[in-house]
Design a protein around this ligand. Structure first.
Ligand code: SAH
Ligand code: SF4
Ligand code: F3S
Length: 437
């Protein structure tokens, strides 16, 4: 039996795609090798969102090249966004690669492996959903559901539209059937995935058309699904019906990830985000009004070309105003083929560093403060496994998506009550409330 080793980089969509790759490989009779050097098939599912992603991958590819020269019968495969963005150059620059494919061509890996082809092969069309392939889930009780692929936005800094193609939605009936299947297999929490989930459904045929809020209702209704999450929504498409769903649907979690990117309307316009600061803050106000305890998280880019000190201060103002439960902060990184990469006024490294330092301080202070509201409360925790820092304790997540480390007796997959005793910017700590029968 042949073995494979797969390394995954990037976002949750790539984690999803990797679970499908594993499912497909295992259906072909491959088994997973814990070590790269023990594998016949060395695979990478790559990301290219920022330059750092590329440099990290380079080291791994170097090792794959060495392993291949030690044993030329090994097969090296590279899938995902980096691969797609390098489709013209991958075989020239990385001659040890046998098969390269984009996010829309994962199924072609099977074709390659079962054919007698000896030459290097590249597959880069946008077709099909990885979500149609069999999955091997990392956790029995948590499932990803790919509701759409691609992105029709043109955010000027972003490489994703070129690596994942135009947006295509999967019909609701198919998605509900998939969630039902997962529930029957023991899944209790599903995360709906798309680059822009709340524009889901607009491209479906008449008769199949539905809104994202309607889809949420259908998924909530599936027996056995106790938690529903989704990522990422786009502020421009964040409508009242979706926010209301958080208040009305029992399984839809009290957490919304609402990527801000920048607090200045001028910068947002240059980013082609198609909302301004007022519209964004208006969405936040609606969330606070309808779902008062909702956690809000975000993504912020520091040092977009042309961002002035005063414009950065506007980002700081929005952060202070919204009071995020958590935020991912990124230094702007020019990406090949994107509009912003060619703009004048690239912000010097030192200015980015200074701005980032201040932003991270504010984000951490606010998330620590926000987390204190859980102290003394009893929270529903979905148990994920042992604590990463202390294996005698357990780890899980509350509906608001915060990680909790706690003492208790529960098993992974169970939902238990945990009394929260302490909170930091990133984690909560507490004790399981044992139910007396
Ligand atoms: N489709 C999702 C995720 C996009 S990628 C969305 O729109 O929310 C995740 C985050 O990476 C983005 O929200 C953005 O903050 C960041 N990002 C994307 N391109 C970047 C770049 N060129 N430089 C720095 N950060 C970037
Ligand atoms: Fe990139 Fe913008 Fe699409 Fe998100 S919405 S994937 S940031 S182009
Ligand atoms: Fe995800 Fe990276 Fe592609 S963030 S969509 S894997 S470029």
């Amino acid at each position: 039996m042949s073995s494979y080793h797969l390394t995954t980089f990037g976002c949750q969509m790539n984690e999803h795609d990797s679970e499908r790759m594993k499912g497909m490989l295992e259906a072909l009779g491959y088994r997973e090798s814990p070590q790269r050097d023990g594998a016949d098939l060395i695979l990478f599912n790559t990301c290219s969102i920022r330059e750092k992603a590329d440099t990290r991958l380079a080291g791994h590819l170097g090792e794959a090249s060495r392993l291949k020269s030690e044993d030329p019968t090994r097969v090296v495969g590279v899938g995902g966004c980096w691969s797609q963005s390098m489709k013209e150059r991958v075989f020239q620059e990385f001659p040890f690669v046998d098969v390269a494919f984009g996010p829309g061509q994962v199924h072609k890996l099977a074709e390659f492996l079962t054919s007698d082809s000896i030459g290097a092969q590249g597959y880069f069309e946008f077709e099909g959903f990885t979500g149609h392939l069999p999955a091997r889930r990392e956790r029995r009780f948590q499932g990803w559901v790919q509701i759409s692929v691609g992105c029709n936005c043109v955010c000027s800094y972003c490489i994703v539209p070129s690596t994942r193609g135009r947006e295509v939605s999967r019909p609701a009936a198919e998605l509900v059937a998939e969630v039902e299947r997962q529930a029957a297999e023991g899944v209790r929490e599903v995360t709906l995935l798309g680059q822009n989930v709340n524009s889901w459904g607009r491209d479906l045929r008449t008769g199949e058309k539905a809104t994202f809020a309607e889809l949420l209702g259908m998924v909530d209704a599936v027996e056995g699904i106790e938690r529903v999450r989704y990522t990422s929504p786009h502020p421009k498409d964040m409508r009242e019906d979706v926010i209301r769903a958080h208040a009305e649907l029992a399984s839809l979690c009290e957490h919304i990830h609402l990527p801000l990117q920048a607090g200045s309307s001028r910068v947002l316009k240059a980013m082609k985000r198609t909302y301004d600061r007022e519209r964004y803050l208006d969405r936040v106000a609606m969330i606070r009004e309808m779902v008062p305890d909702c956690a809000i998280s975000t993504d912020i880019i520091v040092g977009f070309p042309g961002e002035t000190d005063a414009e950065f201060e506007e980002t700081m103002e929005v952060v202070e105003q919204v009071r995020y439960d958590s935020a991912f902060t990124f230094n702007y990184s020019p990406r090949r083929g994107t509009a912003a990469a060619g703009l004048d006024g690239q912000v010097p490294h030192e200015a980015k560093r200074e701005r980032m330092g201040r932003l991270v301080d504010a984000v951490q202070r606010i998330s620590t403060e926000r987390a204190q509201r859980f102290v003394g409360r009893s929270m529903d925790v979905l148990v994920e496994g042992p604590s990463r820092t202390d294996p005698s304790r357990l780890r899980g997540r509350i509906r608001h998506n915060k990680t909790v480390n706690f003492t208790g007796l529960a098993r992974p997959g169970e939902i238990v009550d945990v009394e929260i005793a302490a909170a930091t910017s990133t984690t909560l700590a507490g004790e399981e409330q044992l139910r007396v029968a």
